[in-house]
Structures are given as structure tokens and as C-alpha cells.
Write a protein that binds this ligand. Sequence first.
Ligand SMILES: Cc1cc2nc3c(=O)[nH]c(=O)nc-3n(C[C@H](O)[C@H](O)[C@H](O)COP(=O)(O)OP(=O)(O)OC[C@H]3O[C@@H](n4cnc5c(N)ncnc54)[C@H](O)[C@@H]3O)c2cc1C
Length: 526
Amino acid sequence: MFDTEVLVVGAGPVGLTLAVDLGLKGVRCILAERKEAPQFLPKMERCNARTMEIFRRMGLAGKVRAAGLRSDVPMDVYIILAMNEPPLLRLPYPSVAEAQRQIDACTDGRLPLEPYQLVSQYTLEPLLKSVAETLPSVSVRYGCEFLSLEQDGSGVSTKIKCDNRISDISCKYLVGCDGGSSAVRESLGIGLRGEGNLMQFRQALYYCEELFDRIPIGNGPGKGRHYHVADDRATFLIMQDSTRHWTLHAAVETDADMARQFEKTVGIPVKYDMLHVGKWQQNLLLAEHYGKGRVFLAGDAVHLVIPTGGLGMNSGVGDAVDLAWKLTAALRGWGGPNLLASYEIERRQVGDRNVGASRYASLGRRKWRSLWRDPDRLVAVAQVEQRKSNEMIGAELGYRYVGSPVIWDEPGGPEHLFREYVPTSWPGARLPHVWLEGHVAIQDRIGRGYTLLRLGGSREDASGLEKAMRIYGAPFEILDIPDQAARDLYGFDLILLRPDLHIVWRGNLAPAEPRELAALATGHPV
Ligand SMILES: Cc1cc2nc3c(=O)[nH]c(=O)nc-3n(C[C@H](O)[C@H](O)[C@H](O)COP(=O)(O)OP(=O)(O)OC[C@H]3O[C@@H](n4cnc5c(N)ncnc54)[C@H](O)[C@@H]3O)c2cc1C
């Protein structure tokens, strides 16, 4: 008898998302977090569009938006000398409200269903914690540190220290979401590969009641989320979700320098409190493996990127949702062995590409920063190079699982592009968003199991596939979507989707070998 079905170690945004998703699926899980409580410390601040689509499916998008930045504030990025001088460069990016208007009018699948949302990690974590605590199958335990594990073919036994007492917790599966210096990863003997400790920074958090309303930038609008300073300290000011909190990163010598650097950047006298100063370092690292046996790893435990392009937490949320339904399938008996094995195959290639995308973006940023003595040239270079950090829609939406044992193999496929998103129904891709009759999003029509979309009025007999899926006991439904817009966008009459809305198979005729397709989709030997 096991204490729980899944033990999730670490309640950062990734562990919390995983616990919530497992809880929504009725899986018994314990979430063990070393800290006594969520901390008010800055880290990520932007959920990208894909994460917001995922949160929408979990019923959380509205809550996250309500807790995050107001929808009317632009997400512009500036390069400045100081805030009280005309900006060197302004890259305009729409507010959530404006982005939503663009999405509402979009009919070609190029845009996501949800825009991004600025929400500080210290806001998001307590929100996700409060949701996890309402789920009956989830036990949230702060002040509990993972120490060690042993596993065999049937489960995992662990030593966990809670309130200075060491106890044993056993589980069928364990997931280490315990961040960059993951003890779970270490206990599996899995190393990180790549470039570590590339550059060290100080980061400080400030409370300033008046700055947002008084932003003194030139004649332009001035409101934005990022203010890069063209200097030799790589100074970078970030607005947090309340608009009253700000963070500043700079390569400076002492904590006290962070106060001076803030004042210099703001350029006008403001009253402020410096709430926290910490150090962090830039890494571009990827784990050799995403788990071993019944133990899996997700989030920063397996990929560490430079926070350019927001591919840190957002990649980790992608790991969490990929793993949650596969663990559920294994626990409920309908998932075959290839399903959990596909987690590393699918998500490590995304981690690898995102580490690459982060390197590409940060090299661009380094290029314009090196020209800080020559503002004219800097601006010309930054026009191109800074966009690499802020325009990553291809990496966010366009990832497609290649070579996965649970995706029907269609050789070839579109190129993976970081910067551009081209909607596709190629197996392995995320189902592109499309509006249906009555302005209903197709994602909102789709249930929680496997779905065969029958598009454009197709009458193909899919009962063979339905029967085959039932043999495995997998949740499955056939959904008729007569709207021509969806048929035109996807280019096929039939699309088989998995619970995470990635495409398994597509065709115009019912599958010739339904048993084979059902076996493949559910991870059983074909
Ligand atoms: C300055 C900065 C800005 C960033 N901006 C963005 C952004 O805009 N968008 C984005 O996507 N990403 C961003 N990131 C990256 C993002 O913060 C991380 O990718 C994200 O926090 C990873 O989440 P996680 O849950 O995997 O790990 P973490 O957030 O590191 O959480 C791990 C948790 O595990 C706990 N833990 C550790 N060891 C144990 C143990 N032995 N037992 C129990 N618990 C344990 C820790 O206390 C912690 O709570 C930024 C990072 C930095 C530094």
C-alpha cells in the first residue's frame, strides 16, 4: 500500500501546476515543498500565450489575469539611458486587452486563443497553491524537504524531513520539480550539460508607489514592462504586476550599489523601499535525462535558460501538463509503457530547442549591449537584436513532438522556427486555435480525453477507432465540427487529438488499422 499515487517535490510554479493538473484529474498526490510558505521574491513575470491556454483548460486563466497586471497596460520594451531622458528605442507590444482584440479578429490560426499575461512569480505561486489546496486528492505540505529516494519496479520510497522529523513517504511515481539544484535529479545521478554560470547579477525588488504614474520618459507613452539601460552593467528594470513593485538586475559589486543603480535608472527623485537584494547567475543547461524508472523531472530541474524570451517557467508548465495526463493514464491502467517513456522524448527536445532559443536571444542582447558607448549604432543593432528576446511566438506555440512513440509518424514536417508561428496540423503539433460559429473557441469544445475531430461535415465511420480505444479503456469521444473554418485551417477531415490537444494522427478516411492507431496513441506496443 502506497502513501500516495504521485509525490511531487517542489512547489515552484511547475510543481504547483503539476499538482493542480493531477488533482483536477482525481489523482492522489502529495506536494512537498521545503519552504515554510511561498516567498515574496521576484523571478518570472510573464506567462506566455501557451501557458495561458493551458491555464484556461485548467479553469485558471481568469484567476491568473485577475491577480496579474491590468489588461490596459502596454507591454512595451524600452532601451534607455535613464527614464528621464528620451528613449533610445521603443519596441511596442500590445496590452492584454489589445492582444485580445487582435485574437478576436484573427481567422487564420496564427494567433493563440489566449494572450500572454504579466503576473509575478510571487503572485502566481500563492494563487496556484490556493487552488491546489481546494482539490480533494491533493495534499499540499510546506516545510517538507525531500532527502532521498529508493525505487523498484512497483514504486518509490522516500525520506522527507517535515518539522525536523524525518519520515518515509511511499508513492507509485515521483516527480522532481525542485529547481536548478534539484536533489531529486542528483539522487538519480543525472547530470546537466551545457554552459553554467555564464554571468552573475544582482537583482533587487523595490516598492515605489509613484513611479508608474510618473514615468518621465520623453513625449512618448512611457508605460511598458521592460526598461533596458544602455550601460556597462547590463542594467535592466522590470515592472511587476502591481505596477508598484519593480525589479532591477545589474552586474554590480555590492547590495548598496543596487539602490544607486535604481535611482540612476529612474532619473527623477522618487520615494521607494528596497525590499530585497539577491544574486543570480545565467545558465544554459539541459539535463541528460528527464527521469529514471518511476521518477521523473520537470521544469528548472531539467532545463535552465537565460530569462530572455520567457522560456523558463513556461517550458516547465509544458513539461507538467505533458506528464500529468500520462501519469494519470498509467495509474488508471489505460496507458501503455510507451506513454510515460514518451515524456522524455517529447519534452527533452523542447527543452533543447528552448535552451537554443534562449542562447540565440541572449547573444542578440549581448550584441547591442556591447555598443553602449555608441548609442546610434546601438539603436540600429538593437532594432533587430532585442526583438529576438521579445518575439518568440514560434518557440511558444510551434513546438511539435518529433520521433515520439505515441505520435503517428508522418515523415518530414515543417521546420521549427523560434520567431514565427505557422499553424499546422502535422502530427505532434499543438492544435491551432480557431473560432467556430458563435465565436466559440474550438479548444473549449474539446473534452478531457482523446478526441477524434470530424471536420467540415465528414460522415466517415469512426466506430472502428472508437471500439479500439474502448478496448484499452482510454477516454475517447468523436466530435463533429461542421464549421468550414476549422476544416480549411487543418486541411484534413479527421484529426485525432490527445488529452493535451497535441495531434496524434490526421487523415481524410477513417484509419485503415484502427487497432494499431489506438495502441500507438495510448502507448501500447503496436
Ligand atoms: C530574474 C528572472 C526572471 C525570470 N523571468 C521569467 C519569465 O518571465 N518567464 C519564464 O517563463 N521564466 C522566467 N524565469 C525563470 C523562472 O523563474 C523559472 O524557470 C521557474 O521558477 C522554474 O520553476 P520550477 O517550479 O521548475 O522551479 P523553482 O521555481 O526553482 O521551484 C523549485 C521549488 O522546489 C523547492 N525545493 C528545492 N529543493 C527541494 C527539496 N529538496 N525538497 C522540497 N522542495 C524543494 C524550492 O524551494 C522551490 O520552491 C526567470 C528567472 C529569473 C531568475
